[in-house]
Design a protein around this ligand. Structure first.
Ligand code: OAD
Length: 279
């Protein structure tokens, strides 16, 4: 089902809705497949929605258990950590457990496979999990840091955590953060929190990739958090096609050439299959 074509015959802002029980869509637009087939450089820009089908809640999902009284955004700040390190460290250890007990889903796997089908593909993620890497993607740019690289709040030195998932109770718990072996400061998650700057080199490389690519996928992101949300816009401004994959409308809708409405774990394998058949 196609709707909202703004100009007759135009492929700008084309909204392609999910149909049927499978969650797939009738046809991936052929213009999209051709643009992908001809692209020299593809950027895949992902958000929490790409990991949703691995069982990792997105940021706009309500928190549960010990954290049900809180907003994710209220816990993801340096002030929250300094005010209550045990609450915030407990939350991140519980999330790290969830991630390490999860597996990459068909969306992560399709993205890793797509890299083998196009001359150059860059994955830029806002996610702090390692599911892209575990699916086989390489050189993933993590704009918002990683759950797996904690460091000292005071001196910034890295800290090693024991291998394997932490064993946290279902509903979560308060947990004392480890202390830095060098200076005795609190160890904090290696996440870019609200109010903190993104790693300059990673952001610059992501912006450069967006400006240089021929086609950008924006997958599972609400497009609400800056400066990351500029990435699809930069690609569009430089003349790239922008393909959104998301079951719902987002702040990025107006900047997309095509919005594929549905779950990434269904639609990305469909794009890959149709691309292979069209080659
Ligand atoms: P959000 O939680 O804001 O948005 C997730 C998006 O994924 C929503 O638009 C959903 O509709 C969509 N979604 C859900 N399930 C999906 C599926 N199966 N397939 C495709 N899409 C799906 O997450 P982000 O946009 O990543 O920042 O949020 C950006 C940043 O804000 C995060 O990196 C985090 C957060 O607060 C920090 O931690 C600094």
């Amino acid at each position: 089902m196609m709707r909202n074509m703004k100009k007759s015959g135009s492929i700008e802002n084309q909204d392609v809705g999910a149909t049927g029980g499978s969650g797939g869509i009738d046809n991936i637009p052929v213009q999209l497949l051709d643009a992908l087939k001809d692209a020299g450089h593809v950027v895949v820009f992902t958000g929490a929605g790409v990991s949703a089908e691995s069982g990792i809640p997105t940021f706009r999902d309500a928190l549960t258990g010990l954290w049900s009284r809180f907003d994710a955004e209220a816990l993801a700040t340096p002030e929250a950590f300094l005010r209550d390190p045990e609450l915030v460290w407990g939350w991140y250890e519980w999330r790290r457990m969830q991630v390490l007990r999860s597996l990459p889903n068909p969306a992560h796997i399709a993205i890793a496979e797509l890299a083998r089908q196009v001359p150059e593909l860059t994955v830029v993620t806002q996610n702090v999990d390692d599911l892209h890497e575990r699916a086989g993607s390489t050189a993933v740019m993590h704009l918002h840091g990683s759950l797996h690289s904690p460091r000292c709040f005071d001196c910034g030195r890295t800290h090693s955590l024991p291998p394997g998932p932490p064993n946290e109770p279902e509903g979560g718990r308060r947990l004392r953060p480890p202390l830095c072996a060098h200076c005795g400061g609190w160890v904090r998650p290696g996440i870019v929190w609200f109010g903190e700057s993104l790693p300059e080199d990673v952001l610059a490389a992501a912006f450069a990739a967006a400006r240089a690519c021929d086609l950008l996928f924006a997958i599972g992101t609400s497009g609400l958090v800056q400066p990351a949300a500029r990435i699809p816009f930069l690609a569009k401004q430089a003349g790239a096609k922008v393909v959104q994959v998301n079951p719902t409308a987002t702040a990025l809708d107006d900047d997309c050439t095509w919005s594929l409405r549905g779950a990434a774990g269904v639609l990305l394998p469909q794009v890959l299959k149709d691309l292979t058949q069209r080659k």
